[in-house]
Design a binder for this molecule. Structure first.
Ligand SMILES: NC(=O)c1ccc[n+]([C@@H]2O[C@H](COP(=O)([O-])OP(=O)(O)OC[C@H]3O[C@@H](n4cnc5c(N)ncnc54)[C@H](O)[C@@H]3O)[C@@H](O)[C@H]2O)c1
Length: 337
């Protein structure tokens, strides 16, 4: 692609794509997809949570750079890499409710610093940018599917530092489009799951699978009736590509998530059954785990009508398949270890 001011992005042999956070769970699935489309890809990842083993090291179309986006010492490198790219996906971010709660400063500043660095480089070089925000911006959840017009809701409790920073960067990204005419997209993923997701992040499905495979208790918070919808990471990566090819989605938040709502208690039972173990399921109040300042979220299920209507995207993998793929990946890792 030679016209960088073009507001459509095609992903093919002549497209060079920059993926920050590309050694992570979603980033590496996106890299797989881009390489399969014969794009050349550069990944920037500081390996704070990503793994080089998530990437096909021998692929000549792939370049991996390991530094922290947002570190002032590397702002020039970020600008160089953005300048060479036809399209930029900014996925690099600290993640997980657990970490957001325990290290509010590092999480909030990490999102803001990396966001500023990437947005500034895209502004300078006029490069199209897709940013992964988060459904955390919707706050504590709703008793019905959440749409993009639902308000962003946060307060000063530790958990929401992540959400508030994600929401702030959404504004920078929107500013690229509305103030400077640079194509920009904002995606709000809900719960994603599948291969390469790490239990160390505290995300519920890999934590359950890890516990079940060890025969240890699966800890369900509160009454276990809170609902989530899990999206397979491969469906999520497809969604990101479709979003960046859709002109009508520029500059507006778009939900990306699963459609099968599952109660967390039921998810625990599904994992025990799928792993064929006798691991016990225990219930614990969330404030016994996180303390009194924890903001529990009840139901958080997306309405993905906007994405489906404008791009034709649909999740094709079921929750059961997502659980099975997560189990398969963790079992294989154990054998390799
Ligand atoms: N997993 C989910 O369910 C979920 C839900 C909502 C939003 N998201 C968002 O999607 C994106 C991808 O999430 P993921 O689940 O793949 O997480 P992940 O931790 O697997 O991937 C993020 C990657 O970014 C890297 N990284 C972090 N900060 C960096 C920095 N400053 N510079 C360079 N590399 C850095 C990490 O090493 C990691 O490889 C993130 O922006 C996350 O906030 C994820």
């Amino acid at each position: 692609m030679d016209s960088h001011s073009a507001d459509m992005v095609e992903f093919g042999p002549r497209t060079h794509v920059l993926v920050t956070g590309g050694a992570g769970f979603l980033g590496s699935a996106l890299v797989d997809l881009l390489l399969a489309r014969h794009c050349s890809v550069t990944v920037i990842d500081d390996l704070s949570n990503g793994l080089l083993s998530n990437l096909p090291a021998s692929d000549s179309q792939l370049t991996v750079r390991t530094f922290r986006v947002g570190d002032p010492a590397f702002n020039a490198s970020v600008r160089d890499e953005v300048g060479q790219a036809d399209a930029v996906f900014h996925l690099a971010s600290p993640i997980g409710v657990q970490r957001a709660h325990k290290e509010r400063f590092a999480v909030t500043s990490g999102i803001l610093e990396s966001g500023c660095s990437i947005v500034e480089a895209c502004r300078l070089h006029r490069r199209p940018l897709l940013y992964t925000s988060s459904s955390e911006v919707y706050g504590s959840g709703r008793d019905r599917p959440i749409t993009e017009s639902d308000p962003v809701m946060t307060d000063i409790r530790p958990r929401w530092g992540y959400a508030a920073a994600k929401a702030a960067v959404e504004h920078l990204v929107a500013g690229l489009l509305f103030d400077f005419g640079i194509p920009a997209w904002i995606v709000r993923p809900f719960n994603m799951a599948g291969p390469r997701q790490r239990s160390a992040t505290g995300l519920v499905l890999p934590v359950f699978v890890n516990a079940a495979l060890r025969g240890e208790p699966l800890v369900v918070h509160d009454d276990g009736e809170q609902r989530r919808a899990f999206l397979h990471v491969a469906d999520a990566a497809e969604g990101l590509l479709l979003v960046m090819q859709c002109r009508s989605l520029q500059g507006r938040p778009v939900n990306l998530g699963g459609s099968e709502a599952v109660q967390i208690g039921k998810l625990a039972r599904m994992v025990v059954e799928a792993t064929e173990t006798n691991a016990p399921i225990v219930m614990k109040p969330s404030n016994a785990v996180y303390g009194d300042r924890f903001a529990a979220t009840y139901d958080r299920v997306p309405d993905t009508g906007l994405l489906t209507t404008l791009t034709g995207w649909r999740a094709v993998r079921s929750t059961k398949q997502t659980i099975m793929d997560c189990i398969e990946h963790m079992r294989t890792e154990r054998v390799m270890a």
